[in-house]
Write a protein that binds this ligand. Structure first.
Ligand code: SF4
Length: 167
């Protein structure tokens, strides 16, 4: 059984970012995973119905979640819908973990922008990363590739006791 990785589509070079660009990562490991058809690319913001390009958005409040664009539009419903659809895809494709773009209000797993559109970072996580982690998916960002590689190698070697990924 292939241990598949859900991946932010922008990290694979898809031009799905708010500004119509990508965040392609240069990694032999990712290329190998792609050749082995083990990557499941998703852009949660597109899945949630937002267009590309779109206005940048940041998390304003966490409880309850409120995400707005820099034009003041409340885009929380789209972000929540995108998170829900991404979770469904991860479950349907039987992904063992996710590699998500850091600092995004959807995909960030450890840090996000602080809501002032000033480029300031704070500890926190995005709507999709939260949804995946809540449902038991390990989430890594592109700065944690070494940890992801270690995790996948462990699963591939059959040494993991992870039920989700046991082969
Ligand atoms: Fe990339 Fe995630 Fe933003 Fe889509 S929502 S552009 S996948 S960081």
């Amino acid at each position: 059984k292939k241990n598949k990785i859900l991946i932010s589509a922008c990290l694979l070079g898809c031009k799905v970012r708010y500004d119509g660009r990508d965040n392609l990562i240069d990694s032999d490991f990712i290329q190998r995973m792609q050749q082995q058809q083990r990557l499941v690319p998703v852009c949660p913001e597109q899945e949630g119905g937002l267009p590309t390009p779109r206005a940048p958005a940041e998390i304003q409040d966490k409880f309850p979640l409120r995400i707005t664009s820099n034009e003041g539009e409340d885009v929380t419903p789209q972000f929540l819908a995108g998170a829900e659809k991404t979770l469904e895809i991860a479950q349907r494709e039987d992904c063992c973990c996710a590699l998500l773009k850091s600092r995004s209000p959807s995909c960030g797993n450890l840090e996000v922008y602080d809501g002032n559109f000033s480029g300031t970072i704070k500890a926190g996580s995005g709507a999709t990363a939260d949804e995946l982690m809540r449902n038991g998916f390990p989430v890594y960002n592109e700065r944690q590739l070494d940890q992801l590689i270690e995790f996948i190698e462990l699963l591939d070697s059959g040494e993991s006791d992870s039920r989700r990924c046991a082969s």
